[in-house]
Design a protein around this ligand. Structure first.
Ligand code: BTN
Length: 243
């Protein structure tokens, strides 16, 4: 594995971006850091993680040649790879909360931030950032956060777990090249958090509404049937699923 292990950096995603701008970075290069001083989360949030206790790493994908409209394929491959890794460790009640949080019950144990680099209408390069809560046991104010140790009761070897995730990533990306993506899409939708269950959502205007998650559109929008049974699609800025 082509891996760079750091004690500290601002963000492993940002570190990979700098490698790229220096003309470096082979496919599946992995950057992992014990501590991130400016860990990035989704939608401009911060990603906080106790130093040395968890996995905070980024994986570079090159030569993807993926149309921008198909960007969600990347979310599917990455979240399924993490899901599969955790399933093998018997993490109970696993699901993927759209678009790509990995939950055990209602607790988030992994967050994913994928940053795409475009050339025209193509995504050729993707920086896949993964924050997996492993041996941390105190999350302070963070509601709904948990770790493998809190859930399974034992410490995990971070290097081994990192290898497992990266190997699963490689095999799922290979599968996405050789098979039709439909199977992976189906596998993703099957394990969606609160799929087909009556759920409460919040829209952009902070209004609550009820609906049922049915799946994800080819362009990555969450498909929800509302009370009148009409299917509507929402993007990440338009809807929030309340726990
Ligand atoms: C989320 O908000 O759920 C996404 C969190 C992604 C965090 C990871 S940690 C490694 C990589 N580097 C970052 O700065 N962010 C991602």
């Amino acid at each position: 594995m082509n891996i760079i292990k750091l004690d500290a950096t601002d963000s492993t995603n940002a570190y990979l971006k700098r490698l790229l701008s220096d003309g470096l970075g082979a496919d599946f290069t992995v950057i992992t850091a014990k501590k991130q001083l400016k860990g990035k989360g989704q939608m401009g949030a911060k990603w906080e993680s106790d130093s040395g206790k968890n996995l905070t790493f980024s994986v570079l994908r090159q030569d993807l040649g993926l149309s921008v409209t198909d960007y969600f394929v990347l979310n599917i491959c990455v979240s399924l790879a993490v899901y599969k890794t955790l399933k093998a460790h018997q993490v109970p009640d696993l699901s993927i909360k759209w678009p790509n949080d990995i939950l055990s019950g209602t607790s988030k144990i992994c967050g994913i931030l994928i940053e795409n680099i475009l050339s025209g209408n193509l995504i050729n390069t993707a920086i896949i950032g993964i924050g997996l809560n492993v041996n941390q046991t105190f999350f302070g104010e963070l509601e709904n956060a948990s770790s493998l140790k809190l859930i399974l009761g034992s410490n995990f070897d971070l290097d081994e777990l990192l290898h497992e995730v990266v190997e699963n990533l490689k095999s799922i990306f290979l599968e996405s090249n050789t098979n039709s993506i439909e199977n992976l899409w189906k596998a993703y939708e099957e394990v969606l958090f609160r799929k087909d269950k009556p759920s409460t959502f919040e829209n952009k205007q902070n209004e609550l509404f009820m609906g049922f998650i049915r799946g994800v559109s080819p362009t990555g929008r969450l498909q929800i049937t509302l009370e009148d049974n009409v299917l509507k699609e929402f993007d990440i800025k338009e809807v929030k699923l309340l726990y």
